[in-house]
Write a protein that binds this ligand. Structure first.
Ligand SMILES: Nc1ncnc2c1ncn2[C@@H]1O[C@H](COP(=O)(O)OP(=O)(O)O)[C@@H](O)[C@H]1O
Ligand SMILES: [Mg+2]
Length: 371
């Protein structure tokens, strides 16, 4: 069955701020974000960075301290939450436990005084859309966590909202279920054609689902871009280390090289004298020596080798004491822990970002693998 499509809403925040009573610093601090009609936009950031507060202000569940929220160009400050025509899904499924799945999905339509036969038709369609057509008569307690969240999704889209707001909707599910529901949400977005605003702290999830990602930090947006833009050209140390694994070399830029205090590294686009961080993704590092000009070569000691199926994650300590990692996809004889190796990468494989006040050499090893 073809679901009915409605056009997505364009959502824009202008200088949006939220200061909670008694709190010394803003939870949301001058957020400017333009979400295009039909776009899948993810708000990504660590816990406490202001994602939920931003979403709740868009939904109307939280007052705006200052700034504006525009829906298709119109300020929605005076519009009550239920009149904004936005679907909302939370981490906790928030289903009515005494109602069947079908009655839960019908609820927003009853509130809107939709006729009985129309309700029956649209509930069946929404349950089909989330592949629960056969389970309409079950109570939430008779459904798995994943199925309950699909009922919540059906309930959020049954009244044909022009945008769907999702706050960590997969956070309560285990990894396998989370991955299968990610695919469902992606399919739902394509089939409905409406705007999705999706909150998560999981960078892998954000990279997999989004048209664009807004990276939040301390109530502010640090960078907005497509997954590839954020991964390949992060604008800050924070974004580079929050999204994917990175080798980070902090130093001073001079005479076209970065002086880390223990080695000099070639990089393209080095500005004189700036305190910078050179970010190199693990897949750009190669094991072995080379004499090619413009290629960086460092000596290192292997500290661990982790077999990951398609590749080996080789953890190293460079001679300057900086730790790093290499994504080794070669089938050649693997290196072993304790082995002394050479590591190289071309000058143009790194990205230079402001050092963010970090002066000590350090490396970020986020727990998840690069895509
Ligand atoms: N009702 C509230 N009262 C006071 N402070 C709050 C309230 N809700 C959230 N905060 C604070 O606002 C900041 C942002 O929170 P939140 O938007 O929930 O972050 P996130 O969703 O990114 O984890 C945090 O410092 C949090 O403690
Ligand atoms: Mg939150």
């Amino acid at each position: 069955m073809q679901p009915e499509r409605s056009d997505g809403a364009r959502i824009e925040t202008r200088d949006l701020c939220k200061v909670f009573r008694g709190s010394p610093r803003p939870a949301v601090d001058a957020v400017d974000l333009a979400i295009e009609a039909g776009e899948f936009m993810t708000l990504l950031g660590p816990s406490g960075s202001g994602k939920t507060t931003t979403l709740n202000m868009i939904a109307g569940f939280e007052d705006v301290t200052s700034g504006q929220i525009l829906l298709d160009g119109t300020d929605i400050a005076p519009v009550a939450p239920h009149r904004r025509n936005l679907g909302v899904v939370f981490q906790s499924y928030a289903l009515f436990p005494h109602m069947t799945a079908a009655d839960n999905v019908a609820f927003p339509l009853r509130q809107r005084k939709v006729g009985k036969s129309e309700i029956a038709r649209r509930v069946a369609e929404a349950l089909d859309l989330v592949r629960l057509g056969e389970h309409g008569d079950r109570l939430p307690s008779q459904l798995s966590g994943g199925q309950q969240q699909r009922v919540a999704l059906a309930r959020a889209v049954v009244f044909q909202p022009r945008a769907l707001l999702l706050d960590e909707p997969l956070g309560a599910l285990d990894k396998k279920l989370r991955e299968s529901l990610q695919l469902e949400i992606s399919r739902l977005h394509k089939e409905l054609g409406i705007t999705f605003v999706f909150v998560t702290h999981d960078q892998e999830e954000a990279l997999a689902l989004s048209d664009r990602i807004a990276v939040f930090r301390d109530g502010r947006i640090e960078q907005v871009g497509t997954p590839a833009e954020l991964y390949e050209t992060p604008s800050s140390h924070f974004v580079a280390t929050f999204l994917g694994d990175s080798n980070v070399f902090v130093g001073k830029a001079r005479d076209g090289v970065i002086d880390t205090g223990w080695c000099e590294l070639h990089a393209t686009g080095v500005a004189e004298q700036a305190a910078v961080a050179l970010v190199v993704r693990p897949e750009h590092l190669r094991i072995g020596a080379t004499t090619e000009p413009g290629v960086n070569v460092l000596s290192a000691t292997v500290t661990d080798v982790v077999y990951q199926g398609a590749f080996r994650r080789v953890l190293v300590e460079f001679d300057g004491g900086v730790t790093g990692q290499i994504r080794d996809t070669t089938s050649a004889a693997p290196v072993a822990t304790g082995e002394r190796i050479q590591v190289h990468w071309p000058a143009d494989a790194g990205v230079i970002v402001p050092s963010d006040g970090v002066t000590e050499p350090q490396v970020a090893t986020s727990p998840v693998t690069v895509p």
